[in-house]
Design a protein around this ligand. Structure first.
Ligand code: ZN
Length: 649
């Protein structure tokens, strides 16, 4: 367990803008920063970050929280792991409180792979640079490829000795168990003997976005028909092939800065491009793109340019997974390299200037590329042609028409010309695919839709004259959260006749009327703090409160704009007010709401007694009382009309 004071230190040090800036492109807007949300796909930013409050909130998908929840969500880590991540980032030494043996065991298992990989990467690099064999075999291979010391360091390249047990012996000596070494893919057991899996190979460590070593790729140097050219780490807790993009750690800043990501196939393609000064490049290891990989790229840019060599395998790989990218609003371009060249050989031969020139001249969009490759294959076969037309129509249908109307239109004309089909027929086909997808989506939506919330006191609607019903416009729960938000945001501010706004709320509101358990809990925490310290807590106290749900809730208090709902004016003629004293209205509004709620509670009691009362005199008195209560409610509502209502939904 991490000691509480250490967690506090991390929370105090961690700057939300700095940390989030490692993963997404933040732009300043007013008091906040905005970005395209990393948790859902979008083209226009609805992800807001408040540097001052230390919280973020997405108004598209609803995700929100503080710097720790961001790391948890984004890096798929647990709470303590996220604290460790941040401590690591800020070089803060964590104090550990007592752990149970089970916790120790658990943590050990989680971190041991990470530690072992880090050690192994170091070992491989030391062997490459500082041993005779490493220099003679590994280093000379890299030198022959033109790799200099700086690029070897940048990608942490290494070498595994040929002898057969070198890594096993060195690892055992360091105290790593044979099981762990095997799990990490470094050694293998054959007939009771452990031998090095990567023996005689050069090593490419595969790093996470934050630079952690997740696994290795190892390339053979001697020609051997039976052995594979590359061996990779087997899938384990750290190494998950579908999530990995080689070079992400070294390239992410350039990708973000240049707003474009090149995608290549191999490790050496990435390294050679870096050497040639093209640093916005990652490799997908030859497989088709996965959703996880696209998401990782999408955090940094929506412009994806795929560089492929002319051989058939490369082309096929390029086409897989691209419909997914189109559907996620990526601007995908393809560049087919000259015959016989891969990105590695091409940049080494022609240099960066010619490379950029070539890319610019040969960029082709996915659909155009698909049509060209497809037409080559179709020949005079009508069945093949019909299949191709359908495929192209399906791809075009994935372009979001509202956002990219011109682009879709362009493709339709292009496809009609290149495939020699009728434009109107093609449009019909595209519309068919769009309709099918909409049907499918709405079917999914229907099953997840929630029932409307029950209205408060519905029985009164039938017996009283129509009147503005607060509850109808905004649920009780929203009003309760509104109260807590106002309390935390404005509690310390001046309120005439009271110590401060918090005191006003404390004296006027009956906490038992707060029905949402967490809102009540926050109300109680707030005033317990005031009781103990004779001052009110501010937002930062709750943002770093050691309860994740509370931290999470704080981000919900953030909002895009200070919009007063136009509906209020429309429905009730409520005028809005501007200026510094706005907070007074913000404080008065939930207080008035709770006063009406209290009144409605008394009304409900009286109404219940009327229903049970048999004696006509007492019944008449209760009726009179009930009507009086209705009158005061009306007065109260009238008074409320003079304050601003803000909708917080
Ligand atoms: Zn979102």
């Amino acid at each position: 367990m991490i000691a509480q004071n250490s967690i506090q230190e991390v929370m105090n040090r961690a700057d939300i803008l700095e940390v989030l800036g490692q993963f997404i492109r933040l732009k300043k807007r007013g008091a906040n920063h905005i970005a395209n949300c990393p948790f859902h796909n979008e083209k226009t930013p609805s992800f807001y970050v408040s540097g001052a409050k230390g919280i973020y909130k997405c108004f598209g998908c609803g995700k929100g929280g503080n710097v720790v929840t961001f790391i948890q969500e984004h890096e798929k880590l647990t709470y303590p792991e996220s604290i460790r991540w941040l401590a690591d980032y800020y070089k803060i030494e964590l104090e550990e409180s007592e752990k149970t043996p089970e916790q120790q065991q658990q943590q050990l298992a989680e971190e041991s792979l990470r530690i072992l990989n880090e050690w192994a990467a170091q070992y491989f690099q030391d062997t490459l640079l500082n041993t005779d064999e490493g220099q003679a075999i590994g280093l000379s291979y890299f030198k022959q490829r033109g790799y200099k010391k700086d690029i070897i360091d940048k990608f942490r390249l290494g070498y595994n000795p040929e002898e057969g047990h070198a890594v096993y012996k060195a690892g055992k000596q360091k105290g790593y168990s044979a099981e762990l070494l095997e799990k990490a893919g470094l050694v293998k057991n054959r007939n009771g003997q452990y031998y090095d899996v990567y023996r005689g190979r050069v090593i490419f460590p595969i790093q996470s976005m934050t630079g952690r070593v997740l696994g290795f790729g190892a390339r053979i140097l001697k020609s051997n028909e039976k052995a594979p050219k590359y061996i990779n780490t087997p899938e384990n807790e750290l190494y998950n092939k579908s999530r990995i993009l080689y070079g992400m750690y070294q390239s992410r800043q350039a990708i973000s800065k240049l707003d474009e990501c090149f995608l290549v196939e191999g490790y050496t393609d990435v390294i050679s491009l870096h050497m040639g000064g093209v640093e916005n490049v990652v490799a997908s290891s030859g497989t088709s793109l996965t959703e996880d990989q696209l998401r990782a790229i999408g955090h940094l840019t929506r412009n994806l340019t795929i560089l492929y060599d002319g051989d058939a395998a490369g082309v096929k790989a390029a086409l897989r997974g691209l419909d997914m990218a189109l559907g996620q609003s990526f601007n995908v371009q393809l560049v087919l390299l000259p015959e016989g060249e891969d990105p590695d050989s091409f940049i080494q031969k022609s240099g960066a200037a010619r490379f950029h020139e070539y890319v610019k001249e040969n960029k082709q969009d996915v659909i155009g590329f698909r049509m060209e490759v497809g037409m080559r294959d179709v020949g005079n076969d009508p069945v093949k042609k019909s299949k191709l037309v359908n495929e192209v129509a399906e791809s075009i249908s994935r372009i979001n028409k509202a956002e990219d109307f011109a682009l879709q239109d362009h493709y339709i004309r292009e496809a009609s010309r290149k495939l020699s089909v009728d434009e109107a027929g093609l449009v019909n086909l595209i519309n068919k695919y769009i309709r099918e997808r909409i049907d499918q989506e709405s079917r999914q939506k229907r099953t997840t839709e929630r029932l409307p919330e029950q209205e408060a006191y519905p029985e009164y609607d039938t017996i009283t004259e129509p009147q503005p019903e607060i509850q109808k416009k905004s649920s009780d729960e929203a009003q309760e959260w509104q109260l807590i938000r106002v309390l935390i945001e404005h509690g310390a501010k001046v309120m005439e006749g009271y110590a401060n706004a918090a005191d006003f709320i404390y004296q006027r509101i009956d906490p038992d009327l707060i029905e949402t358990p967490m809102a009540r809990q926050l109300f109680d925490i707030y005033f317990a703090f005031r009781e103990a310290y004779q001052t009110v807590p501010d937002m930062s106290y709750f943002v770093s409160y050691p309860d994740q749900q509370i931290q999470q809730q704080m981000s919900n208090f953030m909002q895009a704009g200070e919009d007063v709902s136009p509906k209020w004016k429309e429905n009730y003629g409520i005028e809005t007010m501007h200026g510094d004293l706005n907070y007074i209205n913000e404080v008065e509004s939930p207080v008035a709401y709770f006063e009406i709620k209290k009144l409605k509670g008394i009304q409900a009691e009286v109404w219940e007694r009327i229903g049970k009362e048999q004696d006509p005199t007492r019944m008449a008195a209760l009726m009179k009382k009930f009507l009086e209560l209705k009158e005061s409610e009306k007065d109260m509502l009238k008074r409320m009309h003079t304050v601003i209502f803000k909708m917080r939904n």
